[in-house]
Write a protein that binds this ligand. Structure first.
Ligand code: PGA
Length: 255
């Protein structure tokens, strides 16, 4: 049995004050839901204050990106050890990073390796665009991103990696993949690639989240699917009642 994992990707949202308010609303509701691994991924400047608020709560903290180098002349970048000082998780290869900041599968692979080396749990995002989907390229794109992103990692290390399947056409559009569509990609594309690369044990142990317009209304149906092991939640993670309801849905569906 894989522990369901729900993470909130706040993206570039919230003032410092709003961030603290949101966490103060999440804390009492999320703390008791111990059957679900739950985490929030706020912008970099809020990691320290929110880490202090979350201390001892069982609610994890993640960054939304990082560089792969340990230190050096990389103006504007943040190193793995800097993230690991405050966080347990790091989102890597999000489609917005790939599209707007030209991250390649090779860069994502370096970041995943650096995250594992420093003890962070990488949440590696994969997913096809609308045009790739319409051209029937979903399997090809998701297979390539998974293969290249996880290249050169051992089966032992990889079991700590979380994959987030996020079809780009579903992100921020209000048009989530259906539970069956997501289940099919998880079970027929991603998990078989993991099995081929790392063997049955590692493939079965790894969590595959779904992401893309997950909300309190569609969460239960998504989590009812056997290969949907949680969610990476964007817009709905910015509202306490929505995010709490999604974590509750995961607890309910996976008990
Ligand atoms: P969304 O974003 O839930 O707002 O669609 C998900 C994501 O980009 O991680």
């Amino acid at each position: 049995m894989r522990t369901p994992f729900v993470a909130g990707n706040w993206k570039m949202n919230k003032t410092g004050e709003e961030a603290r308010l949101l966490v103060s609303e999440l804390l009492p509701a999320l703390q008791p839901i111990t059957t679900v691994e739950r985490a929030i991924c706020p912008p970099f400047p809020y990691l320290l204050p929110l880490a202090n608020m979350l201390k001892g709560s069982g609610i994890g903290l993640g960054a939304q990106n990082m560089h792969w180098e340990a230190s050096g002349a990389f103006t504007g970048e943040v190193a793995p050890a800097m993230v690991a000082e405050f966080c347990q998780y790091v989102i890597l290869g999000h489609s917005e990073r790939r599209a707007y900041f030209h991250e390649t599968d090779e860069m994502v692979n370096k970041k995943v390796k650096a995250a594992l080396a420093i003890g962070l749990t990488p949440i590696m995002c994969v997913g096809e665009t609308l045009s790739e989907n319409e051209a029937g390229l979903t399997a090809e794109v998701v297979t390539r991103q998974t293969r290249l992103g996880l290249a050169g990692i051992s089966a032992e290390e990889v079991s700590r990696v979380v994959i987030a399947y996020e079809p780009v056409w579903a992100i921020g559009t209000g048009k989530a993949a259906t539970a069956q569509q997501a289940q099919d990609v998880h079970a027929r594309i991603i998990r078989p690639v993991l099995r081929e690369m790392f063997g049955e044990t590692a493939a079965q142990a790894m969590r595959i989240q779904y992401g893309g317009s997950v909300n309190s209304k569609n969460a239960a149906e998504l989590f009812a699917m056997p290969d949907i092991d949680g969610a990476l939640v964007g817009g709905a993670s910015l509202k306490a009642p929505e995010f709490i309801a999604i974590v509750q849905a995961a607890a309910e569906a996976k008990k």
